[in-house]
Structures are given as structure tokens and as C-alpha cells.
Design a protein around this ligand. Structure first.
Ligand code: HEM
Length: 482
């Protein structure tokens, strides 16, 4: 019988007698050592301990971005992350959009991130053409905290009630006089949220604004720069004219404000603070997009669940007794709060939050594994994937407002519901935004029953800077005979 060792030693003998290759036996010993001992034990221990420690499935570390993982063909960046998380679990190593990025769907990691207020500057580069390099999005933790303290008072409940009442009165006239009238809800709510945002951040009413033109300019610039960052083809022919128009509006707001006289001791609004800080460019004028999206999707959900709409009608009628809502009334509408929270869960306007980790960290995941973060890592937290996760919400794709009833909401894991982000950079206007949405929805439902005026299949979400409905949301407002 021939043994491997015999062949091996014959081979060694041959090598040692070769005048040129006499050094090779030592090398060959070395190879044998690697092949037979070091490599198997390395693979064994690496799989068992090193990967487990990082909580990353081995395939994700080794994965290359393939063509089918392309953002455009997936239907957007979060759509691509959805695909990757489905394959790879709670942690996805992604080279996009930045080299050192991971995407995480795990509330334990959000908990570890609560105090971190740093955002990856490169991820928000697309905003630079509009807001300059030094904008609020990329302020570091310390600076953003200082800024938030200053602006905190500006995000109170402003006098937006009249803007909402005027809008609903206008719709009432339309539906009383025109048969087959239809409202493009996204477009109309865009106007509403632009007006209230401009008013609440600056106290200025934009009476003479050409809204259609503003929208076009807005879409051309923000979506364009966002799409380009994520490699989605975008037409930039309207970019410059849109940009000029947009800046014009912003300057008009600022000038109106300055001309109306800055008063040192009056309660300051957002723009007062920006102006007194001498840096008006750092604002967040696009935040209106969020409200614009939240209201139509809530109405859309109500058109699909008539029982829920009925229950809401009852609550609104009972609280309002026929008068227009005040902010005190709104705070009594608990079922409405549940409906809006559920709508923000299923249709969050924002796509993801992001934090930059400037130093190395070892985090504990929900499954008690360790996730090691090297300094300079950006973590993305894709909001819709938290909301769709069956570990956080039973039967996640069903619209069920009672998840947020006082007793059920105790069962929801902290931060699993995160439409306004979390921690140090939580949306500073979260309470005000909830009130704005409640105000308009309660005014609409006080007067109307809402019906969808398009095919459900045509309500298609599109990930742009915020998640909009591609074909708007067309609704019919049927006056309630009270
Ligand atoms: C339904 C409505 C809204 C939603 C869903 C929403 C959501 C968000 C989200 C997800 C963030 C990022 C949070 C994070 O990184 O953790 C954010 C930040 C912010 N939002 Fe909102 N928002 C809404 C309305 C508004 C409104 C009406 C305003 C102002 C008038 C506003 C002002 C801001 C500002 C200034 C920031 C940046 C805060 C910072 O970077 O420190 N938001 N919002």
C-alpha cells in the first residue's frame, strides 16, 4: 500500500537532491502546515466566533454588489435595501451609497445610537447645491444640540388653523357646485403644508405664491439632486431655472421678515433665529414635504377601511359638536391619533435615518450578538423596514390603528415606530406635525366622507426625496348631510 507520507518523503528526497531547489523542502513544510492545520482551524474558529461576534452572515461580508442589486432596477434605494435585508437579515453591509456603510434593522442598535447626533456628511452631499456645505443636516452633535435649543420654541402650535379652515371651505364650495369633482390630494396638501411651514417657520403668509410653479421648481431641484446621488437617471434640464425660482422665494421670505422689523424681545420663530444667527441658508424648508405626504396617505387608508372612517366620524362629531376644531379639541381625539400613527407606520414619508460613528464601538444586537463598528462607519436605519418587520408589528401589512391604543402601544418596542427618526436628531417638529395632520383630517372628516377616485392599483409609491404617490392620490369628498 502506498501512503501519502511515502510519496511526500520521496518527493522531499527528489527536491533535496536537486541542486537548484534545495530550499524548497522548508517551503513545502510550510505549505503543508497551512493546508492541514492552520486553514481548517482558522475557518472553524472564524465561522464560529469571529463572524458570530460581528453578527454578520458570512455571505454579506463576501458579497459584491451585483448588477441585479442596482438601485434603479430595484425601484429605489430603500427598495434595494428591502431586498438585501430579506436575503441577509438585520445587518446588511452595503458599499452604497458610501464605502463604509451598513444598514441595520434592529431596535437594539437604535438604542445604542440614541445619543449620537452626527450624520455622514457625504450622504447629504446632494443638498449642498441648495443649502450650501454647512447646512443643518450635517451639523455635528454638539452644534445641532445648540441649534435645537435655540429653535425649540419655534416649533410650537402656530396659528395655522385659519389656513386649514380656508382650504376645507374652498373644497366644500367645489363639491357643492361641481358634479364629479375630484381633489388631487397630494397636490393640495402640498400647498397646505407649504403655507403652514412657511408661516410657522417665518410668520409670513405666502398669499401671492404661484404654487404650481413652486412645486415644479421644487421637484426639479430636490428630486434631481437626490436621484443623481443614488445613480438614478434624472433629467436636469429644469434644474437651474427651478433653483433660481426656489431661491427667489426663500429670499422673498427672508426679506419680508427683515423688512417687517426684527424685534429683540418678541417670541422668536424659526426664521428669526436663523436670521439672528446670521445664517439663513441652514434652514429646512423642505420639511413641508413630510406633511404633504402624511395627509393624503391617511385619507387613502380611510377610503380602504370604511369602518375605521365611520369610527373616526363618530369621534370627531362627538368632540367637536359642530364647531371648527381648536388645538384643545384635537388633543382629545385619541382615535384620530391612532389612525395617523398607523398611517405613518405603513406610509412613512421619510426613507431612512443615518448616523456617523466617529469612533469604534461594539454594540449588542437584539439577539445578543455583538456588532463591531469601526470608526468612520455610517449606519443607515431604513424606516419602512422597521415598520414592516413582523418581529415589531404583528401582521405588519394590515392597517390596524388599534395597535396604538393606550394598552396595545405599551407592547410596541421602543423606537420600532420611528417615522420622525430618533434620539439626538429626532424631528424637532414631531408634535407640531402630528397636530397639523390631525387638524386637516378632522376638518375634512367633519364635513365629508372620503372616497378614492382612482384604481387602488394606481396608487403606486415612488421613492423620491420623500415617499410620494406617483399618480397623486385622487379623492372625492362627499358632503355629509348633517
Ligand atoms: C409628518 C411630518 C414629518 C415627518 C414624518 C418628519 C420626519 C423627520 C425625520 C425622519 C427626520 C430625521 C430624524 C433623524 O435623523 O433621526 C426629520 C428631521 C427634521 N425635521 Fe421633520 N418631519 C415632519 C415634519 C416636519 C415639519 C413640519 C418641520 C418644520 C416645520 C420639520 C422639521 C425638521 C427639522 C428641522 C429636522 C432636522 C433636525 C436635525 O437635523 O436635528 N419636520 N423629520
Amino acid at each position: 500500500m502506498t501512503y501519502f507520507s511515502d510519496i511526500y518523503f520521496d518527493y522531499l528526497d527528489y527536491l533535496t537532491h536537486s541542486p537548484y531547489l534545495s530550499y524548497l523542502p522548508y517551503l513545502s513544510y510550510f505549505f503543508v502546515l497551512i493546508l492541514c492545520i492552520i486553514l481548517p482551524s482558522y475557518l472553524f474558529f472564524y465561522d464560529k466566533f469571529i463572524f458570530a461576534k460581528k453578527n454578520l452572515p458570512p455571505s454579506s461580508l463576501k458579497r459584491e454588489i451585483k448588477e441585479e442589486d442596482d438601485i434603479s432596477s430595484s425601484g429605489g434605494f430603500v427598495a434595494l435595501l428591502r431586498k438585501l435585508h430579506a436575503k441577509q437579515g438585520p445587518v446588511v453591509l452595503s458599499k452604497i451609497p458610501l464605502e463604509n456603510t451598513i444598514s441595520v434593522v434592529d431596535t437594539a442598535i437604535i438604542k445604542e445610537s440614541l445619543h449620537n447626533g452626527d450624520r455622514p456628511r457625504d450622504l447629504f452631499k446632494f443638498l449642498e447645491p441648495i443649502f450650501g456645505e454647512d447646512n443643518l443636516q450635517v451639523f455635528d452633535t454638539e452644534r445641532s444640540q445648540r441649534f435645537r435649543k435655540l429653535t425649540g420654541s419655534a416649533f410650537g402650535n402656530q396659528r395655522i388653523r385659519n389656513i386649514a379652515i380656508n382650504l376645507v371651505n374652498r373644497w366644500e364650495k367645489i363639491f357643492n357646485t361641481q358634479e364629479n369633482a375630484i381633489i388631487k390630494m397630494q397636490q393640495e396638501c402640498g400647498e397646505f403644508s407649504l403655507r403652514i411651514t412657511a408661516y410657522s417657520i417665518s410668520g409670513v403668509q405666502l398669499q401671492d405664491l404661484d404654487f404650481q410653479k413652486f412645486r415644479k421648481a421644487y421637484d426639479a431641484i430636490l428630486n434631481n439632486v437626490y436621484d443623481r446621488q443614488f445613480g438614478i437617471a434624472s433629467d436636469d434640464k429644469d434644474f437651474q431655472s427651478g433653483f433660481d425660482f426656489y431661491n427667489n422665494i426663500l429670499n422673498k421670505l427672508i426679506n419680508t421678515k427683515i423688512n417687517s422689523g426684527y424685534q429683540e424681545n418678541k417670541v422668536k420663530d424659526f426664521l428669526d433665529i436663523l436670521i439672528s444667527e446670521n445664517n439663513p441658508d441652514t434652514g429646512e424648508p423642505f420639511s413641508y414635504e413630510m406633511v404633504r405626504v402624511a395627509i393624503p396617505f391617511t385619507l387613502f387608508s380611510l377610503t380602504q377601511y370604511p369602518d375605521i372612517q365611520k369610527k373616526l366620524h363618530e369621534e370627531i362629531d362627538q368632540v367637536l359638536e359642530g364647531r371648527f376644531p381648536t388645538f384643545e379639541d384635537l388633543s382629545k381625539m385619541n382615535y384620530l391619533t391612532q389612525v395617523i400613527k398607523e398611517s405613518l407606520r405603513l406610509h412613512p414619508p421619510g426613507s431612512f435615518c443615518a448616523r456617523l460613528f466617529k469612533s469604534s464601538n461594539l454594540f449588542k444586537s437584539s439577539s445578543d450578538e455583538e456588532l463591531s463598528i469601526t470608526s468612520g462607519t455610517a449606519i443607515l436605519y431604513p424606516i419602512p423596514l422597521y415598520h414592516e418587520n413582523p418581529e415589531y408589528f404583528d401582521d405588519p401589512l394590515t392597517f390596524n390603528p388599534s395597535r396604538f391604543s393606550p394598552e396595545n402601544s405599551k407592547k410596541i418596542k421602543p423606537n420600532a415606530w420611528c417615522p420622525f427618526g430618533f434620539g439626538a436628531r429626532l424631528c424637532p417638529a414631531d408634535k407640531m406635525a402630528m397636530m397639523d395632520v390631525k387638524l386637516l383630517i378632522s376638518l375634512i372628516l367633519q364635513k365629508f366622507t372620503v372616497e378614492l377616485a382612482m384604481k387602488v392599483e394606481d396608487v403606486i409609491k415612488e421613492e423620491r426625496f420623500v415617499n410620494i404617490s406617483k399618480n397623486d392620490i385622487l379623492v372625492k369628498l362627499i358632503p355629509r348631510n348633517m
